[in-house]
Design a protein around this ligand. Sequence first.
Ligand code: UDP
Length: 315
Amino acid sequence: MHKTTAVVTGGAGFLGSHLCDKLLKEGIKVICIDNLLTGNLDNISHLFGNNNFSFIKHDVTNYIYVGGKIDYVLHFASPASPIDYLKLPIQTLKVGSLGTHKALGLAKDKNATFLLASTSEVYGDPIVHPQEEEYWGNVNPIGPRGVYDEAKRFAEALTMAYYRHHGVNTRIVRIFNTYGPRMRLDDGRALPAFVGQALRGEEITVYGDGSQTRSFCYVSDLVEGIFRLLKSNETNPVNIGNPDEITIKEFAEEVIKQTGSKSKIVYKPLPEDDPKVRQPDISKAKKILGWEPKVGRAEGLKLTVDYFKEILLLT
Ligand code: UDP
């Protein structure tokens, strides 16, 4: 008998691996595809030996072959932190464009529902605040972040074209800043950078004057929202994130407090095109998915700090 089966591209990454866990928990068979460029087998090593899980090492910018019936294709492959996509600009553009094309082709061939992991970066340095799905964004195509922002914007356009032109059943989630266990300590993002620095007693590097804002979502809330979107019939983009907005300076202070560190904050230049504000408007997700985040920052930060403490002991 056929068991509901999902392909997760980028399944060995931070979000992808949590998504694999969630799908398996929901009784869905998972085929994880990853080229391990920024993903890591450690994130899925606990799943090897599970009969409902398999792993294929493959670069999804090339033709994807998977045998048998597939019900869902979730496209999560991409470098996703500013440092990663600055280091890997061409791969980022390729996986967002060619990779999305191949993943959509697989979904079309298998008559599967396709879900695109898009991003709040499609809003760029936003002029509308908080960001609602109807906002078209303020993106610099030729800036250093353009490789990610434009790849994801293209990916959204391609997804909608496959929906409209080929009748593929599609979903688009716009993911806002997310954190939790399995983030890489060296991915350059604010949270792992601050926690790593605080735990090592190093200076905390706040970029700019720290007045820029972000809104951080704990990973279990995010995957729950994504799963609900997958099961819904919403084809237009949906924001998933935690609207609890904080300045980066306040966030650094929270990390210092949470870790009990003696580290001091130092200020470094603000990277080019760094968004000044970011906060999701989640009215749509609330209304159509009955979803909202449940894990507050104090609780989520503690769980994440505990994870990083373990990692640091091991390294
Ligand atoms: N940031 C910082 N210090 C760091 C790393 C990041 O002050 O060591 C800032 C960064 O400039 C941005 C915010 O923290 O304003 C969030 O950055 P992150 O890389 O986590 O994600 P982004 O939301 O920019 O994609």
